[in-house]
Design a protein around this ligand. Sequence first.
Ligand SMILES: Cc1ncc(COP(=O)(O)O)c(C=O)c1O
Length: 489
Amino acid sequence: MTAARTGRPGDLRDPRGDPRGDPAGGPRRDLGGHDGPGGSGSPGGLGEREALAADAEHAEHTEHAGGAGGAGKPVCRRAEFLVPPAPAACRYPEVAYFAGNSLGLQPRAARAAISAELDDWALHAVEGHHRAAHPWLPYHAELREDAAALVGAFPDETVVMNSLTVNLHLMMATFYRPAGERTRIVIEDHAFSSDSYAVRSQAVHHGLDPDETVVRLRPREGEDCLRTEDITDYLAREGHRVALVLLGGVNYLTGEFLDIPAVTAAGHAAGCLVGWDLAHAAGNVPLALHDWDVDFAAWCSYKYLNAGPGAVAGCFVHRRHVTDPELPRLAGWWSTEQATRFEMRPELVPVPTADAWQISNPPILAMAPVRVSLRMFAETGMAALRERSLALTGYLERLLTEVARDRPLEIVTPADPARRGAQLSLRVTGGGAGAVGVADLAARLHEVHGVLADVRRPDVIRFAPVPMYSTFHDCWRAADALAGEVRPA
Ligand SMILES: Cc1ncc(COP(=O)(O)O)c(C=O)c1O
């Protein structure tokens, strides 16, 4: 078991027994801060005071850094979110939340947005389709521009609908067309399970053997992340057998941000179609899907986009496809043009936008928080968020590197900031930490320290400092808690 059962909050004092923090070893009540082993002016900058100072400095420096339409909005908008309370044993009132790559925090505005739709439903009933403050008939269109800006697309290439895996299937209904020897689907070996199930079921749907059809790209022996050249080499070599490349833009486990334009170009050079699962990329890293020539992409809205559990997802289809009426698509009444939808014709009138992939009328109560969230991103701007994200993640990396130096911990996320987003994944190595060990560690981090990270079994714990609401002090708390809970090797 790696986690030391100290029974008290850990801190960044010298774990070998130099009690620079609280000599009694009890909970510290002052938030004035103290310096850990990095100490004031140390290269690691590990002191609590530095973290608090960095927060104060960032609040000043970013106050007017808003993106398009968001002048005057601070980049860190923590006050606009509901941060869960910390467990009673913890000396801080709120959790230090690092699971925004799993489920983002609730924006305070979400409840009011849902309530407003309930009120319009009460007031207008069916008339709400036209008379609601945000009329329901064209509701999804209101989200289009903000969603497009988020992923670097034209509005006609973007639609908010369904959930992520459903959208991947709808995309594959169009873009996975196995023929002749070109039947394979390429995914990462570390693909999220849902993607793996989805592509395997697509193979079966086409009467193919999933074990032969689905190719899982593995990192090199002894490495955790895929190398771009290994993906592009595979496509140059075997691409003539590949119908579809479907990779995660940011890998859920390692946090690796793949080189989307390079991989897309290599896929196209080999005659493949290339789609991306952007669950961990949307709202996390800057994207330019149109310019990168991506064929299609889908993402969820409940992680970095903070739109709530199971929130309505997003989808991108490149312009060259949306304007092709011949493409096979699964359709429903929301696929046809709005002007003639209620004429109830037997055949639809195709629309030259990503709306053509919509099937059903959108769930308005579920769309309301997505509208709120996309607005927040449009106001703040991905460029400003990325700048803060690089600073926060870099800071957390410095702290975790210092903590990991003499502990059985290893950062598996790429060290190059360009190859990662806001997530750092830590492998808990040796020390007997197996499936129970890492889950137990996460539970201790939460219960004792109020640090909420999440575990991916068997041995990875993920920390996502989310630029819209996480602070440098949160990062310090995470490192401090780990230092207290993981015994030096
Ligand atoms: C990378 C990735 N793909 C797919 C999914 C599944 O998403 P959904 O349940 O919204 O279809 C998730 C969920 O966390 C994910 O992280």
